[in-house]
Ligand binder design. Structure first.
Ligand SMILES: *Cc1c(COP(=O)(O)O)cnc(C)c1O
Length: 363
């Protein structure tokens, strides 16, 4: 099999060394005589694995001691319900900043549970897309929390400045940006992320929550979405996704060995710059997002001659460059270049794009 690079937005590629390690110990994990996925989550060996994964994540993200890390089910969308269930009192109001399709979906789900004030921050024309600076967002003074999505996976919009919300807890959907660059966790009340972009396989959801926000769930909150219950049971109120937890732990070890988030941030910036600089260097491809708000992880681009889209995708796949089709809501192409994507993968993509443009320009 020749080298392929998988640009899927999620579930996304995992680091090759992680997959190789998991394969090698798949049937007999650490001489326990069975697979890690056949072990009780309450066994001593699994509890050790679980604690090590949490400790590694804490050190990778520099998570302060007054935050709980929860390993939950339900994905990003599960958290779209869990957040209002746990943080929005009956009759209360929350601010939802809308910067693209995921933040919009989060607001729609939250509206089932209370009054939601939506704050639109993206300006779009045919030629350009830009974002209102967080300092200028029209937030309420009396919201129970402010929710936003720092990286819009579908739209390719990333908001790098963290909004200042004073005493109002800031909640962030970091599903597609977690661990891609350094952030100050103490600025947030709660961070959540589905695992399948930058952490591990689907089925696991990470929640990082400041302790003072626990214990306020509604009486009607399903127990599996209750943060306090999850926290007081070390994320084992119900059976956690043990195999996904194990794989996430391997990803944390891999990232730690590479030099942590600081080191991968440099690689991520290099990868993104390589791709955006190439796109900007010609008229064959275009990305119309304000350069200050271009995502480091998800790079949408369009062929100026969209009649070539099918040929582009078919030839890319033949060249081993997989899953480049853009999300149906925005069309065009999208290259998701999460932590696991090496620089060589982005270079291979740029080489292919250059060749494809050369061959099709004169037609
Ligand atoms: C992928 C994604 C989601 C949805 O996650 P599910 O696990 O499918 O529910 C939510 N938010 C963002 C930003 C995402 O990238």
């Amino acid at each position: 099999m020749s080298a392929t690079y998988n640009f899927c937005a999620g579930p996304a590629m995992l680091p090759t060394p992680v997959m190789a390690k998991a394969q090698a110990e798949f049937i007999n994990w650490q001489d326990n005589g069975c697979s890690v996925m056949e072990l009780s989550h309450r066994s001593k060996v699994f509890m050790q694995l679980a604690a090590k994964a949490e400790a590694d994540l804490r050190s990778l993200m520099n998570i302060p001691a007054n935050y709980k890390v929860l390993f939950m089910h339900g994905g990003g969308r599960g958290q779209f319900s869990a957040v209002p269930h746990n943080l929005l009192p009956e009759g209360g109001k929350a601010d939802y900043v809308i910067s693209g399709s995921w933040s919009k979906a989060a607001a729609k789900e939250a509206a089932n549970y209370g009054e939601i004030n939506t704050v639109e921050v993206v300006t779009k024309t045919d030629e350009s897309q830009t974002v209102l600076a967080p300092a200028d967002w029209a937030l309420s003074k009396d919201a129970a929390y402010v929710h936003y999505c720092p990286n819009e996976t579908v739209d390719g919009i990333e908001i790098f400045d963290i909004p200042e919300t004073g005493d109002i807890p800031l909640v962030a959907d970091m599903s597609s940006t977690i661990m891609s660059r350094e952030i100050d966790v103490s600025r947030f009340g709660l961070i959540y992320a589905g695992a399948q972009k930058n952490i591990g396989p689907s089925g696991l959801t990470i929640v990082i929550v400041r302790e003072d926000l626990l214990g306020n769930a509604r009486l009607t909150t399903p127990s599996v979405l209750n943060y306090q219950l999850a926290a007081s049971n070390d994320s084992m109120y119900n059976t956690p996704p043990t195999f996904a937890w194990y794989l996430a732990g391997l990803v944390f070890e891999w990232l730690t060995e590479l030099g942590g988030v600081k080191a991968i941030e440099q690689v991520n910036k290099e990868k993104a710059a390589l791709l955006y600089d190439y796109i900007d260097s010609n008229n064959f491809y275009v990305n119309n997002i304000d350069s200050q708000y271009r995502s480091l992880m998800n790079v949408p681009f369009w062929l100026t001659d969209e009649s070539l889209n099918d040929a582009f995708l078919a030839e890319a796949e033949q060249a081993g460059l997989l899953a480049l089709k853009g999300h149906r809501s925005v069309g065009g192409m999208r290259a998701s270049i999460y932590n696991a994507m090496p620089l060589a993968g982005v270079q291979a993509l740029v080489d292919f794009m250059t060749d494809f443009a050369d061959r099709n320009k004169l037609k």
